[in-house]
Design a protein around this ligand. Structure first.
Ligand code: LLP
Length: 449
């Protein structure tokens, strides 16, 4: 599967599509900042050095294709920005939990933010270090707490007083001490989609600032608890630094109050949530966010923790699907594709907009299409009103699908889940086999009679 030769000599630089999109949106200064490794060479879309159409031919569609270089580049953006401050970058495993993805990040020294015992198993299976794991989530079970204690994770991010009590009891029962941070809900508006906004007082997450001080005092008196830090996570796909800075200010007031009470915190965790460019959003680059965050910690001896998911993984992946049929009625054109809401749920669940581009560009006349899957739900669409020049059999790529893509997929309509593929320069590796229907039946049983 070598480099494709463009006989018309129209080979363009790898930044071709980034440049194209950027110019369209008049954001020229962001060309290099936002560059990923899914670019056109001539009219063919490439993943790093491999033609996407060759991958689709060999491994079938629908499929997720990830770029190792892009993943690494995004992780390094955080690592570089934080290099001069004590820090831990904990990739939010929920964004993309494939073992190969976690392994690539673990090799760069990443820590991990987990929300279940299953995610802890994945991190350890992928070569991640338990001592760099933080355990988020508001419903940790006793079994999960035992699992985290046995593995020796960095800390549990506590979301309620009831959870704190349980952590204390379980740790004492295990003859150990549970390291904790309190997730404080700073009541700031992240200005994002209501389903992915988590830092308002009406949200179920964290402990309100009024109550958190008391919770810390109780924690300090518990023999099974060791206080490590403080954390917040105010939402996802944030496109401004302001909510982060507001939340930091509010929590630093608390840090100082705690110091007066003799409770010293070693780390401050600003959660995840930095947005990406799906369409015309202009989120700050990780280095811009971290630069202003670090200013807040000048003169403070605190390790900064971050929990990015989307900003590392989203633009490191595409979802590739093939057009089965074209269909038109008096009002609309539909491109019916072999990928569906069970594969990529974000458009159906959040009305999320993700860019859809042809794998082979054509200069044929274009038309506006709704790109829809075969599932019997009106919500089963990948994109609406997209200007495309396509015919049946064409391949389409949905961009920014490396985060909250495969991980949110299901088997609805008894559709086996898609294969996941990682490209590394010229190398192509299947990092998750396509499921087959036998896999889906495997755990089901008929009645005895
Ligand atoms: N830390 C905690 C405690 C979180 O709850 C989350 C995401 C993250 C970190 C990572 O946030 P990120 O950097 O990825 O924004 N399914 C939705 C996103 C849900 C995010 C949930 N929490 C979507 O597809 O947009």
């Amino acid at each position: 599967m070598g480099r494709r030769v463009d006989l018309l000599g129209r080979n363009k630089l790898p930044s071709d599509i980034s440049t194209h999109n950027t110019l369209l949106k008049n954001k020229t200064w962001r060309v290099s900042e936002n560059m990923d490794y899914f670019n056109y060479q001539g009219d063919s879309l490439y993943a790093e050095e491999v033609a996407v159409s060759d991958i689709a031919e060999q491994f079938g569609t629908p499929c997720f294709i990830y770029s190792r270089s892009t993943l690494e580049r995004h992780y390094r953006a955080y690592a570089k920005a934080l290099a001069d401050h004590a820090h831990l970058i904990c990739f939010a495993v929920k964004a993309n939990s494939n073992l190969a993805v976690l392994n690539v990040l673990a090799k760069l020294g990443a820590g991990f933010d987990i929300v279940s015992g299953g995610e802890l198993d994945r991190v350890l299976a992928a070569g991640g270090e338990a001592s760099k794991v933080i355990f988020s989530g508001l419903g940790k079970t006793t079994a999960e707490i035992r699992q985290g204690l046995a593995a020796g994770i960095h800390c549990f991010n506590v979301e309620s007083e009831a959870e704190l009590n349980r952590l204390n009891e379980v740790a004492l029962d295990e003859g150990t001490i549970a390291p904790i941070s309190v997730r404080v809900n700073p009541d700031v508006d992240a200005g994002t989609h209501p389903y992915i906004s988590t830092g308002l007082k009406e949200n179920k997450f964290g402990i309100s600032t009024n109550l958190a001080l008391e919770v810390y005092k109780k924690a300090a008196a518990m023999p099974g608890i060791k206080i490590e830090g403080i954390d917040f996570h105010i939402g996802s796909q944030l496109t401004s630094v302001d909510p982060f800075l507001d939340a930091i200010d509010r929590l630093l007031v608390m840090v100082d109050q705690l110091t007066k009470e003799g409770i010293f915190l070693r780390h401050f965790d600003i959660g995840g949530g930095l947005g990406i460019t799906y369409g015309d959003e202009e989120p700050p680059h990780p280095s811009e966010l971290i630069a202003v965050v670090k200013e807040k910690f000048v003169g403070r001896d605190m390790t900064i923790l971050v929990e990015p998911g989307r900003s590392i993984a989203a633009n490191a992946g595409i979802f590739v699907t093939r057009v089965e049929y074209l269909k038109s009625n008096e009002h609309k054109n539909f491109a019916i594709v072999d990928g569906a809401m069970n594969d990529l749920l974000r458009p159906a669940l959040y009305s999320a907009w993700q860019e859809i581009i042809p794998v082979e560009r054509s200069t044929d006349e274009s038309a506006s299409f709704d790109v829809v899957g075969p599932i019997c739900e009106s919500a089963d669409f990948l994109g609406k009103d997209r200007e495309l020049s396509i015919s049946a059999g064409a391949l389409l790529a949905v961009r920014s699908a490396g985060a909250y893509g495969f991980v949110m997929s299901s088997n609805y309509n008894t559709r086996p889940r898609a294969t996941e593929i990682m490209v590394d320069g010229p190398k192509v590796t299947v990092i998750r086999e396509r499921e087959n229907v036998t896999d889906l039946f495997a755990n089901e049983h008929l009645l005895a009679e």
